[in-house]
Design a protein around this ligand. Structure first.
Ligand code: MN
Length: 375
């Protein structure tokens, strides 16, 4: 399902980079469906997760470029990754990002979970279509971190949403009306963690073909250090008439000659829609601010204000403390619960629990601590 195809209008590749021992990324090019995934879990489990996600996405993908259907396919992929772990394929705790796009003429449906990204180069302007589900992206959005600092942040790889853990996971999904000749990029953080948007834009602008763009993007990430697996898929949208299928809406063809404005008008509408959803979230958000939970973050116990997961695609938690208590020093039951998040009624209660965890960690006891019921 990967590798070069006979067509020239799209290309993709995955590269191990210069540091990682293996490649846990995966990508899919089955036009009109394209996707990238960044597996998590190590010891080949991440590779299993990203591969299972791709297989399932492909099997469940809708026929048309529509966001709802694509989101359903991503939910199926999530269930398949969870099930694979339960059946001993891969292992417990494995997961994967997934950024998928369906292209129909100049219309693009996108479904997305995690910190892989979709970008659109439209008349020389690069726009990031997806929002990262990551700790640092939350911090950038809340104004506590600059985008530049985010790329250097020690917790930059901590993602707040992935396939493979939460059966109720929600994918971001939306449709974009692009312009003829636009260039779509899907990529994992092995590219965006190493190379800034300016360089990405320049390469997408100047590369004569998707294949050339893919090669240059991967080379740029490796020249910058290649710290992670790098996966990119580049798709050129048709320059004139919609490329395919008689069932494409007539209005898409009709708009082919008055491009740019359509793209931006739709983008503006999308932002307005997001604003409405955000407003409806405010009530839930007020409640969430009174709650707290503890969770394993990079092997240490972290205290968050809020509730795990998202409501209407908006995350409702804010990091309060990243403690120095190592999760591995706690008993297995607590460790397992921390992997999913232990909910409590207040930050104070969370801090009291941290104190008991800390005591347990320093004594090296295996006696289980039984905190307040989670979820
Ligand atoms: Mn990665």
């Amino acid at each position: 399902m990967s590798g070069a195809r006979r067509h020239e209008w799209y290309a993709g590749a995955s590269d191990t980079g210069l540091v990682r021992p293996g490649n846990e990324d995966a990508y899919l090019m089955e036009p009109p469906l394209f996707a990238v995934a960044d597996g998590l879990g190590g010891h080949q489990a991440g590779e299993v997760a990203s591969t299972v996600a791709m297989e399932t996405l492909f099997a469940h993908a809708p026929k048309r470029a529509e966001a709802k259907g694509l989101a359903r396919a991503v939910r199926a992929a999530n269930a398949a990754v969870i099930e694979a772990a339960e059946q001993g394929r891969g292992r417990e705790g494995m997961g994967t990002t997934l950024t998928a796009a369906m292209v129909e003429g100049t219309r693009i449906a996108v479904a997305h979970v995690g910190d892989s990204r979709a970008y659109l180069l439209s008349r020389g302007d690069l726009a990031q279509l997806t929002q990262d589900h990551s700790l640092v992206a939350d911090m950038v959005r809340s104004g506590t971190l600059s985008p530049e600092a985010a790329r250097q942040h020690p917790n930059r790889s901590v993602i707040t949403r992935a396939l493979g853990s939460d059966p109720n996971m929600v994918a971001d999904a939306f449709e974009v009306q692009a312009a003829p000749g636009d260039r779509l990029l899907l990529c994992t953080d092995g590219l965006t963690g190493m190379v800034g948007d300016g360089v990405i834009a320049e390469i997408l602008k100047t590369a004569p073909s998707p294949k050339a763009a893919v090669a240059r993007l991967i080379a740029a990430a490796n020249e910058a250090g290649g710290h992670d697996n790098i996966t990119v898929v580049v798709v050129d949208l048709p320059a004139g008439e919609p490329r395919e299928n008689a069932s494409a809406p007539a209005e898409v063809a009709a708009r082919a000659d008055e491009p740019r404005r359509v793209g931006f008008a739709r983008a503006a509408w999308m932002l307005a829609f997001v604003a409405v959803v955000a407003a409806s979230v405010l009530g839930v958000r007020a409640y969430a601010r009174t709650q707290a939970f503890l969770i394993d973050e990079g092997g240490r116990v972290a205290v968050y204000r809020g509730v795990p997961g998202e409501f209407a695609g908006v995350s409702l938690h804010w990091l309060e403390h990243l403690t120095d208590v190592p999760v591995a020093a706690l008993d297995p039951v607590t460790e397992a619960r921390l992997a999913r998040g232990v909910r409590v009624d207040s930050v104070e209660e969370a801090l009291a629990l941290v104190a008991t965890y800390r005591a347990q960690a320093s004594q090296g006891t295996s006696e289980p601590v039984e905190p307040a019921p989670s979820d």
